[in-house]
Ligand binder design. Structure first.
Ligand code: HEM
Length: 399
């Protein structure tokens, strides 16, 4: 994702980190986060046109004070690309949309309805992946279609394919990051947005007459206006696909790179949730999200003006040595402490239980079961990103 340099406020109230470059953030943000946190955990970063907040304490404080740190950011490209969803609303408006999701993504529905769907999809996409043979890319060949098909079914897009969801998700996410105003990016994002609208319009009468267990059915029958239905569905397509895909890849990569820890989990399957939680801490799939101050406020040693645009860098907070010992290491035996990968406060991720169940309880154990001797292939694995971060390529081999 590119981020447009925006003009700095007249009175910054924070140090300037003009040495930060977007390309370096994309390749490997962690050395940059270490320096930012040590020098000034709230700094104005000209390259991204925002104050980046990199300490656990300051990120946590932002999440607990939604009156001061608004999610309804001015000039949000997410609103242009996907419409005004709950993610960019403050309470009480945010709560109306969130309540419309009802119990669909919550543990009871996951246990009763969705776990069987995840299991079926794991079976199908693992069989396809195994057929591709050793050397295949686990990221594209398994993690992506598995996450996309799960989301398609939960959301209730019976008139679309998992490939449609992957395309919709990526092109609309590209729109939310299109600060360069590239017309081609806008055209693709708008085309996907129109396809989602058409799919929803077709399903509204069907689900009104005959409600089912899906998210679309819940929001339609909760009586949300059609614009809110569309925006929230688009945001959920953008936010519910890449993240489970990416944490799945990261967890596999971390375990294959740490054979002692892999052996430990294989010997004690009760550790799969711990392996998942440590993966999501270690490489937060959503590394940064925006907030804007509603008043002048002191934060992390900086004096921010009202209207300041912030990047809440949870990818950095999750590696803050004040919160985690030896934070750069993947270590499933570390002391259990709260991380911020799912956000916090009023916008705490609504899909947390979907992600935990589909990845930790279903995909990871079945993957290692289905492909004995799973290991990294000779071709190197690659990861990238900082706003969103995950594997770009994960070639693996097995016996
Ligand atoms: C490992 C997987 C996931 C991670 C790390 C993750 C992370 C996050 C984070 C950090 C936020 C808050 C962003 C902010 O405050 O600006 C969020 C919000 C949200 N996530 Fe997730 N997510 C994941 C999976 C999912 C899935 C699978 C779904 C849907 C099935 C989903 C649906 C949502 C929704 C609807 C929100 C908005 C909540 C609100 O505004 O109240 N997420 N997620």
């Amino acid at each position: 994702m590119t981020v447009q340099p925006a003009p700095a406020p007249a009175d910054l109230g924070a140090p300037i980190a003009d040495w930060v470059r977007i390309e370096d953030l994309y390749d490997d943000p962690y050395p940059i986060y270490r320096r930012l946190r040590a020098e000034s955990p709230v700094a104005w970063v000209p390259a991204v046109g925002r104050y980046l907040v990199t300490s656990f304490e300051a990120c946590h404080r932002i999440e607990q004070d939604a009156d001061t740190f608004s999610a309804d950011e001015e000039g949000s490209l997410m609103k242009r690309s996907m419409g005004h969803s709950m993610l960019r609303k403050d309470d009480p408006e945010h709560q109306v949309d969130r309540a419309a999701y009802g119990p669909v993504l919550r543990p009871k529905a996951i246990k009763e309805t969705w776990t069987a769907v995840f299991a079926r999809n794991a079976e199908k996409y693992l069989a396809d992946f195994a057929a591709a043979g050793p050397g295949a890319d686990l990221h594209l060949g398994f993690a992506a279609p598995f996450a996309a098909e799960n989301l398609r079914e939960i959301m209730g897009f019976r008139n679309a394919t998992q490939e449609d969801l992957q395309r919709w998700s990526q092109t609309m996410i590209d729109g939310t990051g299109n600060y360069a105003d590239d017309p081609d990016v806008w055209a693709k994002s708008a085309a996907s947005s129109a396809e989602v609208d058409a799919a929803i319009d077709e399903l509204i009468p069907v689900l009104t007459a005959d409600p089912d267990a899906t998210l679309l059915s819940a929001v339609v029958n909760a009586g949300l206006p059609v614009e809110a239905i569309r925006a929230n569905m688009k945001m959920t397509i953008g936010g519910g696909l890449n993240e489970p895909r990416d944490v799945l890849g990261t967890a596999v990569w971390a375990l294959l790179s740490n054979p002692d820890q892999l052996a430990q989990v294989l010997a004690d399957p009760a550790l799969w949730p711990t392996a998942f939680e440590e993966a999501v801490r270690w490489v937060a799939p959503i590394g940064m999200y925006p907030r804007q101050t509603t008043r002048a406020v002191e934060l992390g040693g900086a004096s921010l003006p009202a209207g300041a645009r912030l990047g809440v860098v949870i990818g950095a907070a999750n590696r803050d040595p004040e919160q985690f010992e030896d934070p750069e290491a993947y270590n499933l035996n570390r002391e259990k402490r709260p991380h911020l990968a799912f956000g916090g406060g009023t916008h705490f991720c609504a899909g947390t239980w979907v992600a935990r169940t589909s990845v930790a309880q279903v995909a990871l154990p079945r993957l290692f079961d289905a492909l004995p001797g799973l290991r990294l292939a000779d071709r190197p694995a690659r990861e990238g990103g900082w706003v969103f971060r995950g594997m770009l390529e994960l070639p693996v081999a097995w016996n």
